[in-house]
Design a protein around this ligand. Structure first.
Ligand code: ADP
Ligand code: MG
Length: 377
């Protein structure tokens, strides 16, 4: 993969694809600017090396040029963080000159998600070189992530470079034991990465609602727990792989409703009675998982251990996050909700790498080629 070392940028205009797909509240205010800050090393380096920047990014999934998906708030926040004026180009017919210019939401263009070569040519015509730093969009072959990379001298930005190196390191040469902690809502989202870790990891610790398809496959009662029906067969296959690497919860914390005020009970075992839903791993499971994490050489964590947004069901996720924070292991966290949990617990700075790309990180770990990365090699 080509990196910034391979690119001559002095006096040139560089089209930089960034991942500024930030969360906004109802009033359009940015609630977390971590993704914007994550691009600063690349943007600053390019400017110091004499480049003018033309930024391209997407926000959400607009169907049309809907104003709530405008990048204007993002351009303003970037301007504050960069200490430089950032000019927003209304559309591709009005792209001004300037040291830092940002295109409007690339998904306002009909051809963007179709990887349209004509649209890519229009992007390329504005610039002398192309840098992709949008790791979170690298698993998509879109005009601004894939097609355009073939039309200009191109390279990976520092963020994308670090993401790929860190995640490939887990696949290719992890310090052992390699422990994967996989949770979250749906097993079908994570089945590819489970398969990959069945090959490579020394232990796989399962938590979150995705343990219920496993329990159902084993014949346990899941009560009213969130249990993805299409996940039961894939879970059974993982169980049949007969791996002694796989660990499932041995106790649970349950509530009657998905609500912080609901009655709460601990269940010793994993059979959930009718009228109750398992909303967290229990204390005994949390203790075992924490021990396993602490003695690991490498930890990859994706997916919360429970409904951590509700305080009565946050303890399992917190215990795992704290164990990851104090572990001597190389620690890598991927996934939007897992990263949000880390932030809520104030532990972001205590892990080695928090991936900015949930889907992209999982696909890379599954061994799938990422179109946005392939186009740079
Ligand atoms: P990530 O974004 O880190 O990949 P996911 O999106 O897969 O994680 O899953 C996060 C969601 O899973 C959270 O909203 C959380 O509330 C939910 N969740 C986890 N465990 C449970 C559970 N036992 N019951 C219901 N929801 C759960
Ligand atoms: Mg999520």
């Amino acid at each position: 993969m080509r990196t910034l070392e391979d690119l001559d940028v002095d006096g040139r205009r560089v089209l930089v694809r960034v991942d500024f797909n930030v969360p906004l509240d109802e009033d359009g205010n940015i609630t977390d600017d971590a993704r914007i800050r994550a691009a600063l090393p690349t943007l600053t380096e390019l400017r110091e090396r004499g480049a003018r920047l033309l930024l391209a990014a997407h926000l959400g999934r607009p169907k049309d040029r809907e104003p709530e998906f405008s990048l204007r708030p993002t351009a303003e926040r970037l301007s504050d963080l960069l200490g430089a004026e950032v000019t927003l180009a209304e559309d591709l017919d009005h792209v001004p000159d300037g040291d830092v210019v940002m295109l409007e939401n690339v998904r306002y263009e009909a051809g963007e998600t179709k990887n349209d070569p004509e649209l890519a040519k229009r992007y390329a015509a504005f610039a002398d070189a192309y840098v992709n730093d949008a790791f979170g969009a690298a698993h998509r072959a879109h005009a601004s992530t894939e097609a355009v990379a073939h039309l200009l001298p191109s390279a990976a930005g520092r963020l994308l470079e670090r993401e790929v190196a860190t995640l490939r390191g887990i696949l290719e040469d992890p310090k052992r034991p390699l422990v994967a902690v996989v949770g979250g809502a749906k097993v079908t989202d994570k089945i590819g990465v489970l398969d990959a870790f069945l090959q490579r990891a020394d232990a796989i610790l399962i938590g979150g609602a995705m343990c219920f398809p496993f329990f159902k496959a084993q014949g346990h009662e899941v009560g009213d727990s969130l249990c993805e029906q299409e996940g039961v067969d894939p879970a059974r296959k993982v169980l049949d792989a007969g791996s002694d690497k796989l660990r499932l919860p041995v106790d649970l914390v349950a509530g009657q409703e998905f609500d912080a005020g609901t009655p709460v009970r601990e269940i010793d075992g994993v059979d959930v009675p009718d009228g109750w839903m398992g909303l967290d791993i229990g204390p005994s499971t949390a203790g075992r998982y924490a021990e396993s994490v602490k003695s690991a050489g490498t930890v990859f964590w994706n997916g919360p251990m429970g409904a951590f947004e509700l305080e009565p069901f946050a303890a399992g996720t917190r215990a795992v996050a704290e164990a990851i924070a104090v572990s001597e292991a190389t620690t890598v966290v991927g996934g939007g909700d897992s990263a949000a949990a880390l932030a809520e617990f104030g532990l972001v700075d205590r892990v080695d790498h928090v991936s900015t790309g949930g889907g992209a990180a999982l696909e890379l770990l599954e061994g799938k080629p990422l179109p946005g990365v392939e186009a740079l090699s």
